[in-house]
Design a protein around this ligand. Sequence first.
Ligand code: DLL
Length: 437
Amino acid sequence: MLTKFEVVSTEHGPDTGIEFASRDEITALQTKRAMNSLRHAYYNVPHYRRVFTEHGVHPDDFKELSDLALFPFTDKNDLRAEYPFGMFAVGEQHIARIHASSGTTGLPTVVGYTRNDIEVWSDLMARSLRAGGVRPGDKVQVTFGYGLFTGGLGAHYGVEKLGATAIPTSGGMTERQIQILNDFKPDAIMGTPSYMLNLLDRIRAEGQDPRECSLRVGIFGSEPWTEGMRHELEAGFGIDATDIYGLSEIMGPGVAQECIETKDGLTMWEDHFYPEIVDPQTGKPLPDGEFGELVITTLTKEAFPVVRYRTHDITRLLPGTARSMRRLERISARNDDMIILRGVNCFPSQFEEIIVEDNRLRPRYQCVLDRAGRMDQLTLRVEAAPGVSESQRADAEAQLKAHIKNRIGLTVQVSIEDEVDLGDGKAKRLVDNRPKN
Ligand code: DLL
């Protein structure tokens, strides 16, 4: 139930003029909505009431957008501390859907949506698809995973909302993806860029020319990728490829989307999300154009309003081009050690939890990321305990691989070694050898 303050309803479907509104109009809308959202969080989520009070601020202190800097940040740990439903701002009977994403430990971060939140998300996904070149009547193969991950269902509802046709293949089963691509003749495809490169190779390996497929556009995201990968996917499939960004804590896919006419970074849908770039060390807001950590405040979320969420994604804000809303430069780095491997998020600490259960291994380990051919690959280097025989090592390796597959859902390479050098000082848990271009 929404008490005291109602969140402003969102009438902006994919075909309204808000995408081209003047900066003044956007600022006025953001100010009104931020005020509402801060009140909504404060009056309906005990966590926000507590931390605002501890910080000596009240929603009434907010008069203009720069006042947002008075309010405390929210981090993944805050959400985890309220596991599972403590951050919901509405009663459970108003929750239409729940999604979750991996946390730094075994506990996932849980997010909820009201029926209206799902409507807004679908609108924003439809808007994103349209910006990426998908049109009503197109068929869209959705290879993002369906389930607790926001990718599949988030994209799916947007495809339907746009008036296009969803082909919900979900992830994996590449043979079947290729068959569907050949037989259903989709106009567009969505997925992680690394999986798309894999698909490209598999099609070629079957003796087909991927440029002869029916695809016209591809919308890819959920993990960092590069201009080099864009060129390869565009040339390989004969498509226009654009970048989509989002995170479950804020909504899911469709927080920002690159426009097909400019392909110059991702337009942030600023009527629903207020972006700030802050210095990752001091937390001080930085001016547009400077690199720092992206912080997002939701402006219209009912079930899960989020105030100043630290995304840990490093980027900068640029002026609007194809739309009047500001753009994010392609996100190429994070300032924590979250690994995104083939679209699955995980932290080195999750591997550690599994390693320490095996007394044949020592908790001295390092994650090494490489690009093997096309696919990103993670090798977990782990030190063997003293006196462990060759055959015990082989057993430990097989078991570790199996446990990681079962518990984290990732296939990784494991290398059990005599010694793992973790560098001087703070243990270097992550080595990223993937090409940057
Ligand atoms: O990955 C939501 C999503 C699904 C986005 C499908 C796009 C397409 P999470 O699993 O919560 O949500 O992971 C969010 O993934 O903080 C970024 O670090 C990373 N990420 C998402 N999109 C991009 C992108 C989904 N286009 C985390 N470029 C974010 C670089 C991205 N990184």
